[in-house]
Design a protein around this ligand. Structure first.
Ligand code: SAM
Length: 277
């Protein structure tokens, strides 16, 4: 069994973005979460000296703060093997992850790393259930997963039988995490992970769209010409008023809402099919 590399997190919060190709840290470096003009460097051990050396070489960077927390605090709970619908999700550091899927092709190795998509959030879980619904009606050969995070929904789509999946995330740390999970599940022949904007890639042809994204992005996604060409659509990350607006937009774009899921009247997930489905 591999032990989790994430027991303790040491986080360095910087203003500015690192120069391209400059991530040369010694052991213990876990990744860089970049957002707007800030960077969060994650290590599994204290790394003040390395960070100071980095700042000396890149004067546009400034250390704003540093934090220490446990991985559980970061993820909002412990990452354990879990079952959602027919999917078995297993972190690589838990026993059994090294064995091939065997009788359950829906057994997925999932290392959430530092990004969203461990399976613990209700929107992720409902998207997995929605994928099972979508594949029970038809077998989409191609899928587009916008806002892939850990890659969990792309992996699930491939496990359900999709031949080609394009998984997209704006965040470089998320796309790197998703790519690692695709390799861990030996699905590189079926899933391509790219770093990019959902709004820019929605027009890529695919029979099935799954998008667990905040509404500001979903709103643009639903307006794109390529959105109306999808046959099956799963939208999630919707709050109650957003779900209402999304249903209306889906109808306007020629979709029929086939099924919906809600969690504590807060998070909504919609599964809709096109009139030409
Ligand atoms: N698909 C995973 C799941 O269902 O658990 C992760 C969903 S998480 C709620 C949303 C993801 O969308 C994050 O990883 C975030 O980085 C990404 N994201 C946010 N805005 C985006 C955009 N405009 N284009 C692509 N990805 C985006």
């Amino acid at each position: 069994m591999i032990s989790s590399p994430y027991d303790e997190l040491h986080i360095y919060y910087l203003s500015g973005r690192l120069d391209a190709g400059s991530q040369v840290f010694a052991g213990g470096y876990l990744g860089n979460w970049e957002e707007e003009d800030t960077s969060f460097l994650f290590f599994s051990r204290p790394a003040g000296e390395e960070v100071n050396a980095l700042l000396a070489g890149q004067p546009h960077l400034n250390l704003l703060d540093s934090f220490k927390m446990t991985y559980e605090q970061w993820q909002g709970g412990s990452i354990e093997p879990m079952q959602i619908g027919g999917f078995e999700l297993r972190p690589p550091w838990r026993p059994g992850a090294e064995n091939p899927p065997g009788e359950n092709p829906r057994r997925l190795i999932l290392d959430p790393g530092l990004v969203f998509g461990s399976g613990t959030h209700p929107t992720t879980a409902d998207c997995l259930r929605a994928l099972e619904t979508a594949f029970s009606q038809n077998n989409p050969g191609t899928a587009l997963d916008l806002g892939t995070g850990t890659g969990i929904l792309a992996l699930a789509s491939a496990a359900l039988g999709c031949r080609r999946v394009l998984a997209v995330d704006l965040n470089p740390l998320a796309s790197a995490t998703a790519a690692r999970n695709v390799s861990a599940n030996a699905m590189t022949d079926r899933i391509l992970v790219v770093q990019g904007r959902a709004e820019a890639l929605i027009d890529c042809p695919a029979e099935l769209l799954v998008a667990n994204l905040h509404y500001a992005v979903l709103d643009k996604v639903m307006a794109a010409p390529g959105f109306g060409k999808k046959l099956q659509v799963i939208l999630s990350g919707l709050l109650r008023s957003e779900a209402k607006a999304a249903k209306e937009r889906l109808r306007q774009r020629g979709f029929r809402i086939d099924r919906s899921w809600e969690h504590e009247q807060t998070w909504f997930t919609l599964y809709a099919v096109s009139a030409s489905f």
